[in-house]
Ligand binder design. Structure first.
Ligand code: CA
Length: 378
């Protein structure tokens, strides 16, 4: 498998941003994109697009497809901005895990399993991938469909192909997006996703869609954008099955909790270690990140009834444990500051609250949660 589902940094950044429970979480809506995600006039982009039309035609896209797919396409400055800033967030594995298995997400997962149990069972029967894994991917990728993304994919990928750091990669995604339109699976207006072109309930990029998406409900379209998640969830199972998933093979386990054989992974120094099997590596083809794969696996295990990890994490770089960070968030909230979900993840809202508190107290304004801050809050 030479193409991973999406590039590691894109995935890590997009997921961290999309899933960060301490950042505002706009609901899925049909419109209302912020101004920087609406097309802006850009003569250089227009010139690039004119050249692209020629290259696209030579790659088998019809004049009708190019007309329909590109007529509304435009330069989205917000996409370039997000591409430039996405690497700055370096969350720890402990943070990822807290976000991936938050109380809200566990509750959402149980509700999704109850509501779509029949579909998930049918997908498990056909592709041999556990319903808990599929539900966990769904939960991590789009919060069970609540955040499928509403940015026009043609404009997003065209903008990144024009201005991004990996133009050839994004041009391939743009061509693939146009091929989706040419195949009639969806319409230009419905071809929407994240700023990085990840689409639908399980956030497929266009090339992965072309390679792995399936029409599970048999209506003739591979519709991963619909409110009905069936095609999208089956497409994720198809992806894993085609990348070598072994039915019934346990992904791995926390080290010291059984006698499974496999290689060892310790994603965060001083934190829990895991013994992983081939199915863990298959999951990493979906997103080439140990943090991602372990978080999905742990969410799946929790949804299947397992408890939290046994291992503990060491204090963070500022000297606080998760319990300390939760205490910081609770103390700020008790003082009337908005911190979002109390999850021990110091995200943008918590940082802003810390800055406000520090300013109000006449302390140095750092936005960082430290032992001194915790003492001041107490
Ligand atoms: Ca379908």
């Amino acid at each position: 498998m030479s193409i991973t589902r999406r590039h590691f940094l894109v995935a890590l950044g997009a997921w961290g941003a999309a899933s960060c429970s301490t950042a505002p979480l706009p609901a899925q809506t049909s419109g209302g994109l912020p101004p920087d995600l609406q097309p802006q006039p850009n003569p250089q982009f227009d010139a690039w697009l004119a050249d692209f039309r020629g290259r696209a035609a030579s790659r088998g896209l019809s004049a009708a497809t190019l007309q329909a797919g590109l007529s509304g396409a435009g330069y989205l400055p917000g996409v370039v901005r997000r591409d430039g800033s996405q690497i700055q967030t370096r969350r720890t594995f402990e943070d990822y895990l807290s976000i991936a298995t938050s109380d809200d997400r566990l509750a959402g997962g149980r509700a999704a399993l109850a509501r779509h149990g029949e579909t998930l069972a049918a997908i498990e029967g056909r592709f041999g991938v556990s319903r808990y894994i599929i539900a966990a991917i769904w939960g991590v990728e789009s919060q069970f469909g609540a955040r499928r993304g509403q940015i026009p994919v043609v404009s997003a990928t065209a903008t990144l192909a024009f201005a991004g750091r990996r133009g050839a990669f994004w041009e391939d995604q743009l061509v693939a997006a146009l091929r989706i339109l040419q195949a009639g699976d969806t319409t230009p207006d419905r071809l929407r996703g994240s700023w990085a072109g990840a689409m639908g309930h399980t956030q497929f990029i266009p090339t992965s869609y072309l390679a792995f998406a399936v029409d599970f409900d048999g209506d003739g379209r591979r519709d991963i954008w619909s409110d009905d998640p069936g095609d999208a969830l089956a497409s994720a199972a198809s992806y894993l099955a085609r990348n070598g998933w072994r039915t019934g093979l346990k992904w791995g386990q926390e080290a010291g909790t059984g006698d499974l054989s496999g290689r060892s992974v310790r994603p965060q120094a001083g934190g829990p270690a895991f013994t992983v099997t081939r199915n863990f590596d298959v999951l990493k083809t979906y997103n080439n990140s140990d943090f991602y794969a372990l978080s999905v696996r742990h969410l799946a295990d929790r949804l299947a009834g397992a408890g939290p990890l046994r291992g503990r994490f060491p204090p963070d770089a500022n000297g606080l444990t998760r319990a300390d960070r939760v205490a910081v968030q609770r103390a700020l909230q008790a003082r009337g500051y908005e911190v979002g979900t109390i999850d021990g993840v110091i995200g943008p809202l918590s940082e802003a609250a810390i800055r406000d508190f520090q300013a109000a107290r006449g302390l140095a304004v750092t936005g960082r949660a430290t032992p001194e801050l915790l003492a001041a809050l107490r």
